[in-house]
Design a protein around this ligand. Structure first.
Ligand code: NAP
Length: 319
């Protein structure tokens, strides 16, 4: 029987592992993509403590080394199933089963992409799914934002701080974002909207130079240095389908903290345990982007995981 198993090798899982191993919980961490989302990015300039830009994979290697130094056992295997009926059990993709007193789920979320080959080729070279992370690199440039939800509105507005012009490309003739966000976008002098328009291709050899869009059957080339996708995220939680852990309609995990903050009356009664990052299942905790669809930053995800591990410690002492 393990004391703590952590699922997820991104900033949340590894930050949780550093704290858990220093608290002598001897955690095992299961990782899928090493380093999670930051393992796939280029320059990171906003992770506190690094005066100069650091490459995402190098930053995550440092998180990983720090967790290993304190004795975290890292296993490069995905978890395919979690069972919580009598004891908490996790099953790896090669069918090994582990039992644990506590579980921290920190599997993150993946941004949705358009699925264009040119988009993937230019990821990190002008194509981004995070304005907070990359907006700063587009000072006085022109950028395109794709999407019509709250994230697209937020990203477009945020980008006006840096970019000269922001063009929102949306596939319908109305936004689904909240009215207040829509109004801010529609009234902003630096933002223009292309309705009923989809991106067909990203143009550029080494960096984004333009995007080819199509509207009412007509193709058009829009000159831009940046393409920001804000078409939603997919939390990595499908392996929890039969676990009993409660998810929202988009697949994000509910924790006590979320249920209380969002004041979700209908399910509050399922969250009576006194641990803030506990799910509805005793001993199962969750943190990072698989819970939080708002901030999605390495610093916020790792901070949440550290708080969750401090709650796990309390839980294990009291259990
Ligand atoms: P979302 O609400 O699901 O919106 C995604 C947008 O992307 C939609 O407009 C959708 O178009 C478009 N889209 C999806 N797939 C596409 C594709 N393949 N090609 C082109 N366009 C595509 O996602 P979100 O904006 O990330 O928001 C997620 C949740 O977080 C929402 O509940 C949102 O309200 C919330 N949120 C809240 C705040 C806030 O309150 N400050 C900020 C951010 C997010 P269609 O409209 O045609 O479907």
């Amino acid at each position: 029987m393990e004391k703590l198993i952590i699922i997820g090798g991104g900033s949340a899982g590894l930050a949780g592992a550093i704290y858990a191993s220093r608290a002598l919980l001897n955690p095992i961490l299961f990782e899928g993509i090493p380093g999670g989302q930051l393992g796939l990015t280029s320059d990171v300039e906003n992770y506190p403590g690094f005066e100069n830009p650091i490459l995402g994979p190098i930053l995550m290697q440092q998180f990983r080394n720090q967790a290993l130094r304190f004795g975290t056992r890292i296993v490069s295997q995905k978890i395919k199933e979690v069972k919580t009926s009598s004891v908490i059990k996790v099953m790896t993709e090669t069918d090994e089963e582990y039992e644990t007193e506590a579980l921290l789920i920190a599997t993150g979320a993946e941004p949705k992409w358009l699925g264009l080959q040119s988009e993937q080729r230019l990821r990190g070279h002008g194509v981004s799914a995070c304005a907070t992370c990359d907006g700063f690199f587009f000072k006085d440039k022109d950028v395109v934002v794709v999407g019509g939800g709250d994230s697209a509105m937020e990203e477009a507005l945020y980008l006006t701080k840096f970019a000269k012009n922001v063009i929102v490309v949306h596939r319908r003739d109305t936004f689904r974002a909240s009215k207040i966000m829509q109004e801010r976008v529609l009234n902003h002098p630096q933002i223009k909207v292309l309705w009923n328009t989809t991106v067909k291709e990203v143009i550029g050899e080494d960096r984004v130079e333009a995007v080819k869009v199509i509207a009412n059957g007509q193709e058009q080339t829009v000159s831009t240095q940046g393409l920001f996708l804000a078409i939603g995220h997919i939390p990595a939680t499908t392996f929890l389908a039969d676990s009993g852990v409660q998810l929202d309609e988009k697949g994000y995990i509910y924790t006590k903290e979320r249920v209380m903050y969002e004041n979700i009356e209908q399910i509050k009664s399922g969250y009576t345990l006194p641990y803030r990052f506990s799910t509805n299942i005793k001993g199962v905790f969750a943190a990072g982007d698989c819970v939080d669809y708002t901030y999605r930053q390495a610093a916020t995800a790792s901070g949440m995981a550290v708080s969750a591990v401090l709650e796990v410690e309390k839980y294990l002492q009291e259990a």
